[in-house]
Design a protein around this ligand. Structure first.
Ligand code: ADP
Ligand code: MG
Length: 296
């Protein structure tokens, strides 16, 4: 009996022991499997995280690209619109220029026949002259702003070129033109037509601010690498507020101004790799200085 009891004890003990061992083994295996699975999942998680990051980056890049795409598309539409406006402006401008030339010539002819000694008629003819000049100027400024043609570079001797520009502008009789040029007459390479329009716009403004007359000074100074072209008036000058907005398209303080004259100047100077500076105080007149590179 004790043998049986002992036997049973051993058996149950063994069974107990073996079930404990089993449980422990199972637990170890579970832990092992868990550790293993964590270890094997970790790189998976890491690669998933990397993937998520990559996805984020990709999405960001996509957003940037689509933003860029929208931007370039916008810019393309803007360019196309500007080109269309430019084309339209040039057609309308030509259509207006021709009748203006006819009006001006006819007025001159009638003046020569009838108006010489009639002060009332003389006055009417100067009104026609002024209005035609004003209309031509608006056409020229709009054309200059809207124009998007290819640059045509030519080599010009700066003093000869500036003399021609200054004389191409019909000045009112109460404005005296003074010219001071440097001794040298260096060559510059510019789009002569584009720059001529820019200088004419500066001169036109100078004329505007001297309604009761004055001196308009055009000159050059020659440095080793660049030439300075100056245009100076004796007009009302300008305060800081105006000076800051000067080159902004459509900024004008004139009742009939386009606000495009100096925007054209800025564009032309930039296109010709130059610089433009303004010196002006209220009541002190204004000096425009333009620097253009000398040809080597
Ligand atoms: P607009 O002549 O049609 O007004 P601009 O772009 O040529 O357009 O000039 C912009 C503004 O800059 C003018 O309205 C004027 O207020 C100012 N401005 C330009 N040139 C001069 C100048 N020489 N003296 C004083 N103010 C000037
Ligand atoms: Mg102007």
């Amino acid at each position: 009996m004790p043998v049986i009891t002992f036997g049973i004890l051993i058996f149950t003990g063994a069974a107990h022991f073996s079930s404990m061992t089993l449980a422990m083994t199972a637990a170890t295996v579970a832990v092992f499997v868990f550790v293993l699975s964590v270890l094997s999942i970790k790189p998976l998680i890491e690669s998933l995280e990397e993937l998520a990051l990559e996805k984020e980056g990709f999405e960001q890049k996509m957003a940037e690209h689509s933003g860029m795409f929208v931007k370039t598309a916008d810019e393309r539409v803007k360019k196309e619109r500007l080109a269309a406006i430019g084309e339209m402006a040039s057609i309308i401008s030509h259509e207006i220029r021709n009748p203006l030339a006819v009006i001006s010539n006819s007025a001159k002819l009638i003046r020569a026949i009838t108006g010489e000694d009639n002060p009332k008629l003389q006055r009417q003819f100067s009104i026609i002259d002024n209005e035609v000049r004003q209309a031509n100027r608006i056409v020229e400024e709009v054309l200059g702003y809207a124009r998007n043609r290819k640059q045509i570079l030519s080599r010009v001797r700066i003093n000869d070129y500036m003399k021609e520009v200054a004389l191409s502008q019909s000045l009112p009789s109460n404005i005296r033109l003074e010219q001071h040029y440097c001794a040298e007459n260096p060559v510059i390479s510019v789009d002569a037509e584009e720059m001529k329009l820019a200088f004419r716009n500066i001169i036109a403004n100078a004329v505007d601010v001297m309604p009761s007359g004055g001196v308009l000074c055009v000159g050059t100074r020659c440095g080793k690498k660049a030439v300075e072209i100056s245009i100076k008036d004796e007009g009302i000058g300008m305060g800081e507020e105006t000076r800051l907005k000067l080159f902004t398209p459509f900024f004008t303080t004139k009742a009939r101004g386009t606000g495009l004259g100096l925007a054209v100047v800025k564009k032309a100077v930039q296109n010709n790799r130059g610089k433009v500076f303004v010196e002006s105080e209220k009541g002190e007149g204004t000096l425009f200085k333009i620097y253009l590179k000398r040809e080597k």
